[in-house]
Design a protein. Sequence first.
Length: 273
Amino acid sequence: MDTIQITSTNDVDVIGKIPYRMAFAGGWIDQPFISRYNPDPPGSMVVVSLQPTIRFMELSGMGTSTRKVAQTLWNNGLPDEDPVKLVHLLYKKENEGKSEPSGSQDMAGIIYPGICRLDYDFNYEGGIFPANVASSNDPDVAHWLENVVYMVPVAQRPPGYSPLGKVNLVPEWISRLGQTGRECFDAIIRKNTAALGASMNACMECWEYILPQTVRHPAIRIDLPEILWHYQSRYAGAMYSGCGGGYLYVVSNDPVPGGFRVQVRYSSSTKSL
């Protein structure tokens, strides 16, 4: 299936101008209750900023709640200001009064252009914000990624669902989680399909151990592990867009039935930030 394109101003009215974001391997390392147990920080995760060419499902790991808050702040599009400042502002706005705050990767993935590796260290700002951001705005890398990642819709998170009912904060597994983010970013920069898929598979293993209810929960009525295995066994790799389902990111050099591709939003003025 071809990459989805905006075809009219009416599409912009429906979708909006604020970018979306994909979160790849290493997800959850942006949460301080996870990163504080990392024995060899920083731990990393990868986010990819997307052109808003499609209206993604809510409750599906695509940062839609963060994007809604961003739309209330900057409805005409992101301001041309320091991304660190914007991430802090958006984080504060979204998490006001929340007992379980959204991680800052949601904000960073929307605001920073390109493909970013976010490095989290609990000793830096309590692990809330990345201690370092490494990014690529290389068009060749962005176009390669667009051609090898297919999104397959699965299901929204169900009512009454929370991934935090069972938590195994084992340092070795948390260390491995942070490593998958570094491996993911390196694979993308090298344009290595097999390594990218392997990093996603490894991340899902970490999720299933550290937070087993990311894929198994009484409120989830479909067999997420079985669906995941179907794609992992047939393609280079796959992972869910978020806990409880959402979309599957499937890594493949060949088209994936039922999958669609997206457009990476990258800066034309620089290849790295």
